[in-house]
Design a protein around this ligand. Sequence first.
Ligand code: GDP
Ligand code: IMO
Ligand code: MG
Length: 428
Amino acid sequence: MPAVVIIGAQWGDEGKGKATDLLAGRIDYVVKFNGGNNAGHTVVVGDEKYALHLLPSGILTEGVTPIISNGVVVDIEVLFGELDALSARGVDVSRLLISANAHVITHYHRTIDKVTERFLGKRQIGTTGRGIGPAYADKINRVGIRIQDLFDENILRQKVEGALNIKNHLLVKVYNRRAIGADEVVDELLSYAERLRPMVVDTALVLHQALERGETVLFEGGQATMLDVDHGTYPFVTSSSSTAGGAATGSGIGPNRIDRVIGIVKAYTTRVGAGPFPTELFDESGEFLRKTGFEFGTTTGRPRRCGWYDAPIARYTARINGVTDFVMTKLDVLTGLESIPVCVAYDVDGVRVDEVPVSQSDFHHAVPIYENFAGWSEDISGARTFDDLPKNAQDYVLAIEAMSGARISAIGVGPARDAIVVRHDLLG
Ligand code: GDP
Ligand code: IMO
Ligand code: MG
């Protein structure tokens, strides 16, 4: 069972590191295939807490070779900062490999991210401000800078000048900002080249060879299905393919290589940034979820919007990604609630709609139709088998499983690495 993809099934921050941890010791390679340092993964290992942005959380697993593949946008300063911080804490990062085709986030991408958001005013997306969208826009527009360009000064200069040409007109004439000089960008990028060089390889070839040898490769998606540029709540999305298909295009393996797709869902729902969110709560229940679940962004520190579990979204995710297994996280956060509502369908202008509506406007004002489940008050953080869970918690999981389009193979019951109930082997 060599190629496994992990994806977020909601709007991100589902606790994707939990599934990675579950596979620890059985993975040879871990690949970040999309996004950049907009991601924020908090992973608790023993007494240590790690916050990762650009690097996949699998880097914390000893013996694994981490890969940043072609689908990623790389802010090199952030990359070096994260590598140094992990090294200082004793994590071996020496095996990291980076695709020569990955795109680079530069100073001007970050600037443009911030000024475009400001200009959108009320229509803001609420981006992380890390230059992600502008870097992907340049890639699609064929004016991006790739990692390999850093090793050819002439090419790099030509490309940076080309990319800045129109941008400087925009920055000065539209956004009222100062122009960015090509030299300062080129010099900065060149200063990274030597340290970067030994890490840069044909990662698609490395992965192909690993799979041929029967080694296990974990593709760790950043962001989530509902933030995917094609399948998410566009335009309130990120700018990459964060669904399972993105693992193939974002790394250069064939789609028929993928054996398992693991969708990570929270036992409720959260979202950071703007955009539709039918089950969002504005009352004390939302406050309860935010407080109990520590729902504050790892990257920007923003409070996350919180709401109940949305079964049509889980079904949508299962379809779009070909989910074989769900890992449900944070069931422990629901402990103490008398009754737990689950969205089973929507009311759109008086009509019951069972699936995610095709029209974004319908989704914007879809009103959840809830079914209520009885809660439990027992502490479940020590549960390690399904039988250890209180009957009402079991019933909640089973009911959700029946609505969600794939089996729930593991259940998170606390932030710690081992706080998990396994029902089915994720590689079995
Ligand atoms: P990611 O973006 O999907 O990697 O997730 P984040 O790290 O942004 O957010 C998930 C948070 O939930 C982290 O702080 C985790 O430590 C925490 N977490 C993961 N699984 C569980 C769980 O089962 N229970 C609780 N209480 N916290 C969890
Ligand atoms: P992880 O991997 C939650 C959201 C931002 C914003 C939108 C676009 O930790 O699950 P961007 O900076 O990507 O252009 O912002 O996407 N967003 C995330 N929300 N978790 C993430 O990553 C996110 N990455 C981006 O809040 O609404
Ligand atoms: Mg996160």
